[in-house]
Unconditional design. Structure first.
Length: 269
């Protein structure tokens, strides 16, 4: 990892320099292109292990590094979370069925910069309840990004997401959050997807972090399975998640992980 040349806030949040945005765009673009390319392979009958093998091959073909292989003992280039799995689903021989929804989360390292993004996919026919959950989760992410500007707080981001989701009679997961990143995978701050306006650290130009709301059709509580990774909804309700990596600019947010093929929004199909 290259030396960090920016500064730290009193909350330990890194303030990056203008040249650093280009590095984040390169990493974010690759992660987004990988998810664009995997989309056509998300079909009934495929296994999540097969999808992960394709993702691993794409990372290697690009000359990049997977940030997750070897991270705390994890051995895959993606997390694939199906139906009531909230996050950190481990690729396996599980066969996708018609109507399954899944989040695929990929983080790559390009020239020392981390690109982290996830989005929702469907195998086959998309049911109406699942479609609405996916739409609300996507829109919650974008509403959170709209709250990113210097002078606002991280509490403003969480409040915007929580208020929107709960108005749709769904719930925001509290047990997992977004995070700072850049030339490291995880760094301060924790980016909560719920909260009170005006609370938390104040946003400054040069901050890089993920926003990645997890939304449940049922209650927000989760539990982690015995593999110490897979998090599921306690009530077995469906869950969805979307994630972008963003940087704070002088007047808003710059998204590093936009889909080059326009396949990030749930209606791309």
């Amino acid at each position: 990892m290259e030396a960090f040349h920016g500064r730290l806030t009193r909350d330990g949040i890194r303030i990056h320099q203008k040249d650093d945005y280009a590095g984040m765009h390169r990493a974010g673009d690759l992660a987004a292109r990988i998810l664009d390319d995997i989309a056509d392979h998300v079909v009934p009958g495929a296994t999540t292990a097969e999808l992960d093998e394709r993702i691993t091959a794409m990372v290697e073909a690009a000359g990049a590094t997977s940030a997750t292989i070897g991270y705390r003992g994890y051995q895959h280039a993606s997390c694939i979370s199906v139906n009531h799995v909230v996050c950190h689903g481990i690729p396996s021989t599980k066969v996708l069925k018609d109507g399954d929804i899944l989040n695929i989360d990929v983080t790559v390292i390009v020239d020392g910069w981390f690109g982290d993004t996830s989005r929702m996919f469907v195998a086959g026919h998309l049911g109406r309840k699942a479609e609405r959950l996916i739409e609300v989760t996507h829109d919650a992410l974008m509403i959170g990004i709209e709250a990113v500007r210097p002078g606002n707080t991280f509490g403003d981001i969480g409040h915007a997401i929580q208020t929107y989701v709960e108005a749709q009679r769904m719930s925001v997961v509290r047990d997992f959050c977004g995070h700072g990143l850049g030339q490291v995978f995880h760094a301060p701050p924790n980016v909560l997807h719920y909260g009170r306006p005006g609370t938390g650290p104040v946003l400054e130009e040069g901050m890089f972090f993920t926003i990645e709301p997890m939304v449940n059709l049922g209650r927000p509580e989760t539990k982690v399975l015995s593999d110490d990774w897979t998090a599921v909804t306690r009530d077995k309700s469906l869950s969805a998640q979307f994630e972008h990596s963003v940087g704070v600019t002088s007047d808003g947010a710059e998204i590093f992980t936009l889909s080059p093929a326009g396949r990030f929004h749930p209606t791309w199909r």
